[in-house]
Each structure stands twice: as structure tokens, then as C-alpha cells.
Write a protein that binds this ligand. Sequence first.
Ligand code: 6PG
Length: 250
Amino acid sequence: MEEPLKPEVNIFPNLEKASRSLAEKISGEAKEALEKQVRFAWALSGGSTPRQLYTHIANEYKNKIEWSAVHLFWGDERWVPENHPDSNFAMAYETMISKVPLPPPNINRVISEIQTPERAAESYEKVLREFFNDSDEETFPTFDVMLLGVGEDGHTASLFSGSSALEEKRHWVVAVDAPPSCSPKKRITLTLPLINRSRAVFFLVSGSEKSRVLRSILEEPYKARRNYPAAMVKARKKLAWYVDEDAYHG
Ligand code: 6PG
């Protein structure tokens, strides 16, 4: 069995410094990728942690990234309207997308207003298959960068412990119900086989409430894989953690 990549762990005094470092890393990934290819496919994470990262990128990288070649996607989305306060698209749009010269066709949001979460998932999978020109049912495409967060329960994207979505081997996108501790309940998420095909996966984690899960994932990865979806994430070339002291030391 292929040994998983050994993760790189970067610990920073606070989220602001972790965000600044990750912004520079993502900018470098885009520059390097676009020397060899014409598109840079970046899947964004939601929740609250990436706000500072997106804000910093908008402020400092507006003219440092070749935005016309960047194509944005979401690792997961809540089944709420695009202007809802819980929308991952709305948060990224407010903090970054509305402030950088990204061509609107390069924004691939989950159309979460579709009448059911299942239809929204089907629709998003169609968007992804068209973008990656991939009609082959068996293979999974490669995102250049997959940005992820981690919940206190070890979930990532909207892949929750015990969910049947963790067993999905064919679909790229599925609809899920979050547990009662995570609102909103109805969500759409990329599946593990798709996430794990990413060239580079970056986790951004902040806050002492994440330290128990984070240390388990970093120090006992095999045991953590039994309970924490974030521990099941792999990458083809690069898997790195950008965490603050609170998340690492508790
Ligand atoms: C979501 C996210 C989710 C998030 C974690 C951490 O839609 O909620 O994609 O996976 O990254 O729940 O959330 P915070 O950054 O708010 O702690």
C-alpha cells in the first residue's frame, strides 16, 4: 500500500501569521503551476478560519496572482442561498473574490438554490466534469490546491465521522446531513477520492478548541483515521498544515 505523504507542519504564533504564510504559499503554487499549464484550479474551504487568509490575499496579492488563469471551486457548501450569512461562497466573495480581478466565469460556486441538496450535488459534479473535461466514470481529476479546515469533531469539508459519504468511491460530489452540532444541516461536499487526488492540500487550523483533534491527527494518524475524516485526507505531491500555537498546543 502506498505510504501517505508525510505532512509538513507549520506552526505560527497566531492565525494572522499563519494566514500570511499560507497566502504566500498559494501565490507561489499558482505562479509555479502557471509556468507549465494554462489554468490553476483552487478549491476553497469555508467556515470562519479562512476569512483572514482571503482578506490578506485580496489586500496583498491582487496584482501578484495571474487571476485570469485562476479557477475557484468550493470543497463544500451549505445548502443555503448565495447571499445567506452561512454561505461559504458569500464569505469568500465578500473577503476576496469581490476585490480581485477574477473573471466571473472562473467562479464555480455550488448552485445551492437548486430545489434539493441532491440535485445541487449532481449539478456541481456536472460543473466539475465539464471543467476537467472528464467524462470517464473511473478517474478523478486533480485540483492544483485544495484548501481545507478542520472541525472540532475532526470533520473536513462537509465529510463527517460516520457518514456514508466517507465510503463514496464513484461520485465526485454528494449531499450530506451535518450532525446536530454543525449547522446548517444540509450540505454539499466533495468526496474523499476527489480531495485526495489534489496535487497540494493545505489545512488552515486555528484555536485551542481544535488542538485535541489536531494533535491526534498529527501524532497518531493511523488511529485518527478511524474517527476523523481530516485524517483520511491525502495529497499527490504536498500536504501541509498551517496552524497557530493555540491549535497546536491547546
Ligand atoms: C464548512 C467548512 C468546514 C470548516 C470546518 C472548520 O463548510 O464549515 O468547509 O469544513 O473548514 O468546520 O470551520 P471553522 O473555520 O469555522 O472553525
